[in-house]
Design a protein around this ligand. Structure first.
Ligand code: NDP
Length: 330
């Protein structure tokens, strides 16, 4: 078994020296455990937070131990009731080739219903994040105009398309390359999109949303958030999902300078965590699953092969190498 350990807590951008790929023995499952041969590993922006030791909603990765993350694989030995060899399971002990998982932490998934990697993305954690953040936190209703940043990523691409499918009046996205912008408009059906690297975000947003926005789904923070507050309509809502533009900062980022606009707009900003919204999972799969199967909701995955490239894949997410969910295939 090869697994990725965190050796030191990165300061600023993570460096390869902060990590090591370590060989260990594969152990047999103890009582109540299954041994899983992982097939797909998830790399996600939130993992950057777990590499630091700042107090957060989830414990930091421990130094000198395997990191953790979403993974899907096949049970190859079972010592737990309800699991047999050949079952496919979703669990949280990624960043390694083989995982010993306690049965309550393993969720069976059906590879016939959807490709296994979909349970990490479009029908998994990032999909539910889009669904819960848009519908519950931002209280989306038909006719709203919606702006989403990180729009070509896993969460963002789904936010825009769910909004469209549920009757948004206008959906605007921003992303970091012209190719991603083209994908948003030509394949995902966004009404407008812009490359935030091509000019001031506030100006580009005003042009893309001349009538303002009712909802901003924030994946990025920084100047995107300030621009969205500047374009917010009366009773507008901002769902703060992530702020990837500041995850590698060594100093706190300056706040939006125009918060006073929330007074005149009666605007609301609210952060949320997907972990609080798993009660919506059945409803999410019931509503979004058929759209995925029919192709009405499109999704991409960027697949990187090999456990040795797990770290590079993670760094790639922070850089924007991915379109849609970044997946490591073993
Ligand atoms: P993505 O698939 O969206 O990948 C991250 C993307 O962020 C990159 O592809 C890159 O695209 C973009 N990016 C990187 N740096 C910057 C920057 N400085 N400015 C603008 N964009 C940047 O990841 P996810 O869909 O998994 O996550 C999206 C966001 O949602 C993250 O902020 C994440 O932390 C958050 N999240 C929050 C959850 C919650 O419970 N609140 C749960 C899951 C995710 P580009 O080429 O466009 O720059």
């Amino acid at each position: 078994n090869r697994e990725w350990h965190l050796l030191s807590r990165p300061v600023g951008w993570p460096k390869p020296e902060d990590f090591a790929l370590v060989e260990t023995e594969v152990e047999q499952p103890g009582p109540g455990q299954v041994l899983v041969r992982n097939q797909y590993l998830s790399v996600d922006p939130y993992m950057r937070g777990r590499m630091s030791d700042a107090k957060s909603y989830v414990a930091p990765f421990e130094l000198g131990k395997a990191m953790q993350g979403g993974a899907v694989g096949e049970v190859i030995a079972s010592n737990a009731e309800g699991f047999v060899v050949g079952d496919h399971v979703l669990h949280w002990l990624g960043w390694r080739e083989y995982s010993l998982v306690n049965a309550p932490q393993a969720v069976k998934v059906d590879p016939e219903l959807a490709p296994p990697s979909a349970y990490l993305g479009v029908l998994g954690m990032t999909g539910l994040t889009a669904y819960a953040g848009l519908l519950r936190t931002a209280s989306f209703k038909e006719g709203d105009s919606v702006f989403v940043s990180g729009a070509a990523g896993a969460v963002g691409s789904q936010v825009g398309q769910i909004a469209k499918l549920k009757g948004a009046s206008r959906v605007i996205g921003s992303a970091g390359s012209d190719e991603k912008v083209r994908l948003l408009v030509e394949e995902y059906g966004f009404d407008a999109a812009f490359n935030y690297k091509n000019g001031q975000v506030s100006k580009q947003l005003r042009e893309a949303a001349p009538d303002g926005v009712d909802i901003y789904f924030d994946n990025v923070g920084g100047d995107h958030l300030e621009a969205a507050i500047g374009s917010l309509n009366r009773d507008g809502r901002i769902a703060v999902c992530g702020m990837i533009s500041v995850y590698n900062n060594t100093e706190p980022a300056p706040g939006p300078r125009n918060l006073a606009r929330l007074i005149q707009t009666r605007g609301r900003i609210e952060g949320f965590l997907v972990g609080d919204h798993y009660d919506l999972q059945p409803q999410f799969v019931q509503e979004v699953g058929p759209w995925v199967r029919s192709g009405e909701l499109k999704y991409r995955e960027t697949v990187v092969e090999g456990i040795e490239n797990n770290l590079e894949a993670f760094l790639g997410v922070l850089r924007g190498d991915n379109t849609g969910k970044m997946i490591v295939k073993l």
